[in-house]
Ligand binder design. Structure first.
Ligand SMILES: *Cc1c(COP(=O)(O)O)cnc(C)c1O
Length: 400
């Protein structure tokens, strides 16, 4: 028997953290790591943000859980605030990204069912997508490595390549309920969906009565410098899945929709025991206090631009390691010529955390509160990691 009593579904780094302070994570052995991963885009306001800590503590002394059999005041408040700040009229709170996406898929199907078109249950998705790890969302994501060995793929998901509107048009049929996509693919490798393509999808959806579902679980809540990434394209979805950053580290998700669509979730159609509990709602409301404060999103845009420019210089000065820098705001990616996990490991040696993704990309997604000075520090650590890798390449090259 191995030492850990945990399932072996993760290849962990071995690092063990004791506490966090802003953008910094302190390991048990006292090393300070600059966190450019944010627990996979979750710690939107960094670690131990005083406003979030205070909100959670205050709620913890009052009330933890009552279930959705009763009114949860925090849900009413947060729902209204989200409705005011987005396209949406209504919110359904849950506990994770996959659940927010499952709710979105179910809602789209139920909407057509309610309109007398139960055969419209197919969801059109795109290559490189990631929508979660439930049986429904692995079918939506369509990636063979996540589907393998888990029985037949759930029916009703059709996948095509992003970027070709004619192909989308051809793929929309009498069975199509919705098109679902991430405006910036996260796990897929920080791949931005072009704004013209998003606008084209909106138009195709309007013409065919198809619903547009956006998965903004990773790209939302300020990550790209807008409250939600689709705002860059000036379009809005009918349904949107949100999680990760909205809880600032407290597990929560939310499915948002227009009134017309949301009403298909009539009493009894869908539910959750834990979703929207008072603790999560207290933290979610506190996250919005900061993210929607005057100037915060603009600050993300300017810090993101600065970080991206500095990453571009890093790419230029290490052409053997890197190909390009991608992304918007503080959702950035370094496309590598080496294995991204190798760069992540080398950076860890210099106490910098980043996250590998698909398409040979390393994700750089620091807390949205990162300062200019911390960006400079992050770059200098990445420079050191790059230098280590380059000298290794030289040694290997010489040995051949
Ligand atoms: C993380 C993620 C999910 C899944 O969220 P979980 O909370 O892990 O279930 C779904 N879609 C996208 C775009 C994500 O980044």
């Amino acid at each position: 028997m191995s030492a850990s009593a945990l399932f072996s579904n993760y290849a962990r780094s071995g690092l063990e953290f004791d506490r966090g302070e802003g953008i910094w994570l302190v390991s048990k052995d006292g090393r300070r790591f600059l966190d450019c991963g944010s627990g996979i885009a979750v710690n939107a306001l960094g670690h131990s943000h005083p406003h979030l800590v205070a909100a959670l503590k205050e709620q913890a002394e009052k009330l933890w859980h009552v279930s959705n059999l009763h009114v949860v005041t925090g849900q009413e408040t947060l729902g209204k605030r989200l409705a005011e700040a987005t396209f949406a009229d209504k919110a359904f709170f849950c506990n994770s990204g996959a659940e927010a996406m499952e709710a979105s898929i179910k809602l789209a199907r139920r909407y057509h069912y309610d309109r007398g078109e139960p055969e419209r249950f197919h969801i059109l998705t795109f290559e490189g997508a990631f929508h979660g790890r439930t049986l429904g969302t692995i079918a939506a994501g369509g990636q063979a490595k996540y589907l393998e060995g888990f029985g037949p793929k759930a029916p009703g998901f059709d996948q095509i390549k992003a970027g070709d509107l004619e192909a989308v048009k051809a793929a929309i049929g009498p069975q199509t309920a919705a098109i679902a996509l991430e405006p910036v693919q996260g796990e897929g490798g920080i791949r931005e969906i072009p704004v013209d393509f998003l606008r084209g999808l909106r138009k195709l959806c309007d013409e065919t009565g198809t619903l547009l579902i956006l998965d903004e679980i990773q790209s939302g809540v300020g990550r790209t410098g807008k409250f939600f990434a689709h705002e860059w394209a000036g379009i809005s979805p009918d349904i949107m899945a949100v999680a990760k950053g909205i809880g600032g580290g407290f597990p929560m998700g939310v499915c948002l929709a227009t009134e017309e669509v949301a009403k298909s979730f009539a009493p009894g159609t869908h539910g959750t025991t834990f979703g929207g509990n008072p603790l999560a709602m207290a933290v979610g409301n506190a996250v919005l206090d900061v993210v929607l404060a005057d100037g915060f999103l603009e600050q993300i845009q300017s810090r993101g631009l600065s970080f991206k420019q500095k990453l571009a210089s890093l790419v230029d000065s290490h052409p053997a390691l890197f190909e390009e820098v991608r992304g918007k705001g503080l959702m950035l990616g370094l496309k590598c010529k080496i294995a991204p996990a190798d760069f992540v490991a080398a950076a860890r040696e210099h106490e910098l955390l980043a996250v590998p993704a698909g398409d040979n990309v390393v994700r750089i997604m620091p807390p949205l509160t990162i300062t200019e000075e911390e960006i400079g520090e992050a770059i200098s650590r990445m420079e050191k990691a790059a230098a280590d890798l380059e000298s290794k390449l030289t040694v290997e090259g010489a040995a051949k």
